[in-house]
Design a protein around this ligand. Structure first.
Ligand SMILES: Nc1ncnc2c1ncn2[C@@H]1O[C@H](COP(=O)(O)OP(=O)(O)OP(=O)(O)O)[C@@H](O)[C@H]1O
Length: 611
C-alpha cells in the first residue's frame, strides 16, 4: 500500500485531520514517503497545539499518542531511511534549513511548518533584541515609586515589577490569581503618567477574550480610582479594554487586519492581560502591529493552561523568571526600589530575564482558603498535600466521587441548584444586566467536549433536569434549541457583530421575541437575533479552556471517570482558580491524582531561541 492511501485511512480513523493528509500530499509524492509522513505529522501536531516536531519523535511509538500502534508501525514501515530523517527531509525541495521559503523548515533537530517558524522567530527577536532599556531619571523614578508603594520590611515584588516595567520596553508580569497584577499595573500606569507629564501618553488595554477585557476594564478601573492622581492625569488613563482582535482591527469575513507593520497601532503603551491565552500566531500579529517605540506590558499566570491554538508563549518566556536578574539589572532594580535583589547565576537570555517579574503572594486567598491551598498543592503536583486539603474541613471546597450513576445524578442536581437563582431572575423578568451577572455566579466546567462528562452530555442532562424542575420551558418546536433563558457561548469570531469566541450571552424575550443579550467589554449590553449569531453552544457546561479569562463565584469541575491525556495539572489548576468563593469537584480520585502529576507538554523551539 502507498503512503497516500495509508494517510487517507488515518483520516477515516480520525487519527489525522483531512487537512493534514491533503497538506502532506501537496508537499510530497508517494516516491517520497518519509517527507509525506513527516509533513502529515507536523501538520497534525500543529493542530494539537505544538509549534514543531522534534525529529526524535518521528517514530511509531510517538505516532497518534500511542493509539493504534500496529497502524503506526505500518506507516513507518513504508519509510526507508538510509541515512536518517535529516537527509531524507533535506533532499526534498519542500524542506529547507534557515534560508529558503519552503513549506517545511528543518531547524536543528526540529521540523516546522514555515509559518510557525516565522512566528516563533519574530517572537524570539521581539522579546530578546527589541527589549531595550528605557533611560529615566533615577531619582524621579525612585520618588514616584516610593509615593505609590508603601514601604515594606520584606521585598515588595509588586514594586519591583513596576520598576522592571518602567525601565524596559517589553515586560512580563506573571502571578496567580489575586497576586496583585492589576494593582501593580494601575500603579505602573500612574507612575508612567507622572513621569511623562510633558506629553500625554496614548495608553491602550487589551485581552484575548471579551470576558477578560471586561474584567480588566472593571478591575483596573477600580484600582486606578484609588490612586492619588489629579484630573489631567486621570484623563490620560484609558477607561476600557478591548479584545486583541478588535485592537488589531479584525475585519468581517477577512483574515486581514487593519493594523500591521505597514500601518502600526497608534499607541505609546499597551497592557495585555491574560497573556497565557495568547497563541503563537496572535502574538506574532500583535508584535507586527506595534510601533517601534511602544512599551508593552504582558500580564498573566504562567501556570495556567496554554492557549487553545499552537504555542505556550507566556509559559516559554516565564521559564526564565526563576533564573534571577543579571548582575547589572539586580543593582539597578535594588537602587530603584530600595530592596536588595541578588543577581541570578545564569548567563542565559539576560535581556529577556531582565524584563520579567513573578508575583507570588496572593492577597485574595489566605491560609483559611481551601481554594488557595488546593491551587498551590496542584500547581506543585503535590498529591499528598492536595489530599490533605480535602480532609482539613475548608468550607469553600467540596469533592464528590463520580463512580456510580447516582453520583452523576447528584452532580446534575447540584448544577440545577447552582443555576436556580439565575433562572428565578428570568421568571421575574429581571433586566438583562442583572440576569447576566447572576449567570456568572455559578459555572460548571469540564475537560472534554463530547460524551457524558463533556460539554455536550452535561448540557443536555442539565437542560433535561431544568425542564423537569420547570425552571426552563421545552423549546416550542422540536427543531429549535431556543428558549427564554438559554445561556450560550460564542465559538466563532464575528467582528461585524463584535462577538468573539468565548463571549457569553443569554436568550431573553423582552417584548421583541427572543434575542440574545451580551455584555460588551465597555460595560454596555447588546442584543442580537438568534438567527444572526455565529457558531455557539449552550453554556451550562463549558470546557476549562473556554473558561480562561473568566471567574465565577462558584465553579464546579467535572473530570471524566477514566483518565485521558487532556486532563493535566494546568487544566485542573486553571479550573480551580476560576472559583472566587466556592469550588465543587466531581472527580474520581485516581483520575484527579493522575491529572495533577501530568504536565501539559507543548513542543516549541521558543525557549531555546531565547538563550
Ligand atoms: N499589596 C497589596 N496589599 C493589600 N492588598 C492588595 C495588594 N495587592 C493587591 N491587593 C488586593 O488583592 C486583590 C487582588 O488584587 P489584583 O486584582 O490586583 O490581583 P490580580 O493578580 O490582578 O488578580 P486576577 O488574577 O484575579 O486578575 C484586590 O482586592 C487588591 O486590592
Amino acid at each position: 500500500m502507498k503512503m497516500s492511501e495509508l494517510l487517507q485511512q488515518a483520516v477515516e480513523q480520525k487519527l489525522l485531520r483531512a487537512l493534514d493528509a491533503q497538506f502532506a500530499m501537496m508537499i510530497a509524492s508517494d516516491e517520497q514517503p518519509a517527507v509525506m509522513l513527516a509533513a502529515a505529522l507536523v501538520s497534525h501536531d500543529a493542530g494539537e497545539g505544538h509549534v514543531c516536531i522534534p525529529l526524535s519523535r518521528l517514530a511509531p511509538e510517538f505516532c497518534f499518542a500511542g493509539r493504534q500502534p500496529d497502524f503506526a508501525a505500518q506507516l513507518f514501515a513504508l519509510v526507508d531511511l538510509k541515512s536518517g530523517w535529516r537527509e531524507a527531509l533535506l533532499a526534498s525541495p519542500a524542506v529547507s534549513e534557515y534560508d529558503g521559503a519552503t513549506p517545511l523548515k528543518l531547524i536543528g533537530e526540529r521540523l516546522y511548518l514555515n509559518r510557525m517558524w516565522q512566528n516563533e522567530q519574530s517572537i524570539a527577536q521581539f522579546f530578546v533584541q527589541e527589549n531595550c532599556a528605557i533611560a529615566l531619571n533615577e531619582a524621579q523614578v525612585t520618588s514616584v515609586l516610593n509615593q505609590l508603594f508603601e514601604p515594606m520590611a520584606e521585598t515588595d515584588w509588586q514594586k519591583v515589577a513596576a520598576a522592571v516595567a518602567l525601565t524596559r520596553r517589553i515586560s512580563v508580569i506573571s502571578g496567580g490569581p489575586g497576586t496583585g497584577k492589576t494593582t501593580t499595573v494601575a500603579k505602573l500606569l500612574a507612575a508612567l503618567v507622572q513621569l511623562n507629564d510633558a506629553k500625554p501618553l496614548r495608553i491602550q488595554l487589551a485581552a484575548p477574550t471579551g470576558k477578560a477585557a471586561a474584567r480588566l476594564t472593571e478591575s483596573l478601573g477600580s484600582a486606578l480610582r484609588r490612586l492619588p492622581l489629579d484630573d489631567a492625569q486621570k484623563a490620560s488613563l484609558p477607561n476600557d479594554a478591548c479584545t486583541l482582535h478588535r485592537l488589531l482591527g479584525a475585519q468581517p469575513n477577512s483574515q486581514r487586519l487593519r493594523y500591521h507593520a505597514g500601518n502600526p497601532l497608534h499607541l505609546d503603551v499597551l497592557v495585555v492581560d491574560e497573556a497565557s491565552m495568547v497563541d503563537l500566531p496572535m502574538m506574532a500579529k500583535l508584535i507586527n502591529a506595534l510601533p517601534p517605540q511602544a512599551r508593552v506590558i504582558f500580564l498573566g499566570d504562567r501556570d495556567q493552561l496554554a492557549s487553545v491554538e499552537a504555542g505556550a508563549v507566556l509559559g516559554d518566556i516565564c521559564h526564565y523568571v526563576t533564573c534571577g536578574y543579571s548582575a547589572e539589572r539586580a543593582t539597578e532594580l535594588s537602587q530603584l526600589t530600595g530592596y536588595a535583589l541578588p543577581a541570578g547565576e545564569s548567563n542565559q537570555a539576560s535581556s529577556l530575564r531582565d524584563g520579567l517579574c513573578l508575583l507570588q503572594k496572593s492577597y485574595r486567598f489566605d491560609a483559611h482558603s481551601g481554594i488557595g491551598q488546593l491551587a498551590y498543592a496542584v500547581n506543585a503536583s503535590d498529591v499528598k498535600r492536595a489530599k490533605s486539603v480535602f480532609s482539613e474541613g475548608f468550607s469553600d471546597i467540596t469533592k464528590q466521587p463520580l463512580r456510580e450513576t447516582e453520583d452523576y445524578a447528584l452532580m446534575i442536581a447540584d448544577a440545577v441548584e447552582g443555576y436556580r437563582p439565575y433562572l428565578e431572575l428570568i421568571h421575574q423578568q429581571a433586566e438583562p444586566a442583572a440576569t447576566l451577572e447572576a449567570f456568572g455566579c455559578y459555572q460548571m466546567l469540564c475537560a472534554l467536549r463530547d460524551g457524558p462528562f463533556g460539554v455536550s452530555g452535561l448540557n443536555s442532562r442539565i437542560e433535561q433536569a431544568l425542564i423537569q424542575k420547570r425552571l426552563i420551558e421545552r423549546p416550542n418546536q422540536a427543531t429549535s434549541r431556543w428558549y427564554n433563558g438559554r445561556p450560550i457561548m460564542i465559538s466563532r469570531n464575528d467582528s461585524s457583530l463584535g462577538l468573539f469566541n468565548g463571549d457569553i450571552g443569554i436568550a431573553l424575550d423582552k417584548g421583541e421575541g427572543l434575542r440574545v443579550w451580551f455584555p460588551m467589554p465597555d460595560g454596555t449590553i447588546k442584543s442580537v437575533q438568534p438567527s444572526r449569531l455565529p457558531g455557539h453552544d449552550t453554556a451550562y457546561a463549558m470546557t476549562v479552556h473556554k473558561s480562561q479569562g473568566s471567574e465565577f463565584e462558584h465553579a464546579a469541575l467535572v473530570l471524566p471517570n477514566q483518565y485521558t491525556a487532556v486532563v493535566t495539572r494546568e487544566l485542573v489548576y486553571t479550573a480551580i482558580t476560576r472559583a472566587r468563593n466556592k469550588l465543587s469537584l466531581y472527580v474520581d480520585d485516581r483520575v484527579f491524582e493522575k491529572a495533577i502529576v501530568t504536565k501539559t507538554e507543548r513542543r516549541s523551539g521558543l525557549m531555546e531561541s531565547f538563550s
